[in-house]
Design a protein around this ligand. Structure first.
Ligand code: GLY
Length: 380
C-alpha cells in the first residue's frame, strides 16, 4: 500500500448508516472548525462540552473559542480523568449537570476527550431526555481510531467493563491529529495497538505499510493521518454492515477477550492501559491460532515483532509488575473472561486468525485448551 506522505488539509470518512450517517473529519488543526461545523449541522443549537481535567487544560479553551466564534452557546462539564469515571456516580453527576445546563432534546452534547469521556458522555447523551445527539471530539489515538466511531457508549459495572451501555451513534466526529502531540508516548503507543489491529484483522497491505511507516506515525508526520483515516475507513465499513454486532463487528474485538481479562487482573490500573492489553491479547490470539494450526508460527511472530518494535508489550511477562506482583493464574484469567460479554452458554468467543489480514470469529471455544495455553504462557 502506498500513500502520499504529506499533510493534507483534512480527510472526511463517511459512516454510512442511512439517516444516521455521519462524517469523521480527520486532520491537523480541525478542532478549530468545530464551531462552524456544529453551526452548519444544527443551526441555533445549544451545546455542553463534557471533558476531563487533563484534556480541559489543553483543549477546552480552543474548543470553546471555536464554538463562540460561530455563535454557538456552550457550557462545560469537567469530570475526573481515568477509567474510574466510567461509573454510575460520574454518570449521575454528568447527567445532572447536563440537565442544569438546560440541554434539551434538540441540543448537542460534545464529548471532548479520550475513550473514557467519549463512552461516558455518549451514554449520558443516549439516556438524557430519552436521547440527545452528540458530537465526538476524540483527543487520544485510541479514541480517534476506535472508540469515537461506531456508537458504542457506556460505563463499567463493579462486575465488569462496559456492562452498562447503549448503542448511540454520534452525529459528527472531529479527529484533530495535532492534539495527539500532547499525549505521553505510552498513551500514544497504546492507541497504536488499535491501529495495528485493523491491519491484522483485515488488511495485510496496511499491516505491511505500518511495518515500514510506524516511526512517521509516532512522530506526527503525514503517515499519521493516513493511518488514522485507514483505520476509521475500516471501522466505518464494518459498522455500517453490522451496527449492532450481530456478526462481523465482533472482529473488532481481536485481542480483547484476552486483553479485557488482563486489564481486570491488573485492576484496570496504570499497570496496563487498554491498548496495551489489546497488544498482548492480539499476540496471544495469534499464538493460540498458531497452536490450533490456523496460522503459521512465523505469522504469529511477525505480529509480535511489529508490536514490539513500536514499544508495546507483547507477552504476559511484559506487563508492569509481573515479576513482583504476578498476574492471576490461568483459572482466574478464565473466570475473568467468563464475566466478559464474549461468553455464550459456557463457550468462549475468540477472534482468531487464518492469516495476517484475515480474522475469523470462533464462538465455540471450549475453556480447557485456553486454560492450558494460558498456563504455558504464564510459565514461559
Ligand atoms: N471497539 C469495538 C467496537 O466498536 O465494536
Amino acid at each position: 500500500m502506498t500513500a502520499p506522505l504529506k499533510h493534507s488539509a483534512s480527510v472526511t470518512v463517511d459512516v454510512a448508516l442511512g439517516d444516521r450517517a455521519y462524517d469523521i473529519v480527520i486532520g491537523r488543526d480541525v478542532l478549530a472548525s468545530l464551531g462552524e461545523r456544529v453551526a452548519a449541522l444544527r443551526p441555533g443549537v445549544r451545546t455542553a462540552i463534557v471533558t476531563d481535567r487533563t484534556v480541559a487544560k489543553h483543549w477546552l479553551e480552543p474548543a470553546e473559542a471555536s464554538l463562540a466564534a460561530a455563535g454557538v452557546p456552550t457550557s462545560r462539564i469537567v469530570a475526573e480523568e481515568g477509567e474510574g469515571s466510567k461509573s454510575y456516580a460520574t454518570l449521575t453527576q454528568v447527567s445532572e449537570a447536563l440537565i442544569a445546563a438546560k440541554i434539551e432534546r434538540n441540543d448537542l452534547v460534545i464529548a471532548l476527550g479520550g475513550g473514557v469521556v467519549g463512552d461516558l458522555a455518549g451514554f449520558a447523551a443516549a439516556i438524557l431526555r430519552r436521547g440527545v445527539d452528540f458530537v465526538q471530539v476524540p483527543t487520544s489515538l485510541l479514541a480517534q481510531v476506535d472508540s469515537s466511531v461506531g456508537g458504542k457508549t457506556g460505563i463499567n459495572s463493579p462486575q465488569g467493563k462496559n456492562l452498562i451501555g447503549a448503542f448511540h451513534q454520534p452525529v459528527l466526529v472531529i479527529a484533530d491529529t495535532s492534539v495527539l502531540d500532547t499525549l505521553s508516548p505510552r498513551q500514544f503507543r497504546a492507541g497504536y495497538a488499535e491501529v495495528a489491529k485493523y491491519g491484522i484483522l483485515g488488511d495485510e497491505a496496511f499491516f505491511a505499510w505500518l511495518e515500514k511507516n510506524h516511526a512517521d506515525i509516532v512522530s506526527g508526520g503525514a503517515g499519521r493521518e493516513h493511518a488514522i483515516a485507514t483505520s476509521c475507513r475500516a471501522k466505518a465499513a464494518i459498522v455500517s454492515r453490522d451496527e449492532r454486532e450481530t456478526g462481523e463487528r465482533a472482529l473488532l474485538n481481536l485481542g480483547h477477550t484476552f486483553g479485557h481479562a488482563l486489564e481486570a487482573a491488573t485492576g484496570f490500573s496504570d499497570r496496563l492501559f487498554h491498548g496495551e492489553g489489546v497488544s498482548v491479547g492480539m499476540v496471544l490470539a495469534a499464538e493460540f491460532s498458531a497452536q490450533l494450526g490456523m496460522i503459521s508460527s512465523d505469522d504469529a511472530a511477525r505480529i509480535a515483532r511489529h508490536l514490539s518494535a513500536v514499544g508495546l508489550p507483547t507477552r504476559l511477562q511484559d506487563i508492569a509488575g509481573f515479576t513482583q506482583e504476578g498476574l492471576a493464574d490461568a483459572d482466574a484469567l478464565l473466570a475473568l473472561m467468563a464475566q466478559d460479554k464474549k461468553v455464550k452458554r459456557g463457550k468462549l468467543t475468540f477472534i482468531l486468525l487464518e492469516a495476517v489480514g484475515r480474522a475469523v470469529i470462533a464462538n465455540n471455544v471450549e475453556p480447557p485448551p485456553v486454560r492450558d495455553f494460558l498456563q504455558a504462557k504464564l510459565k514461559a
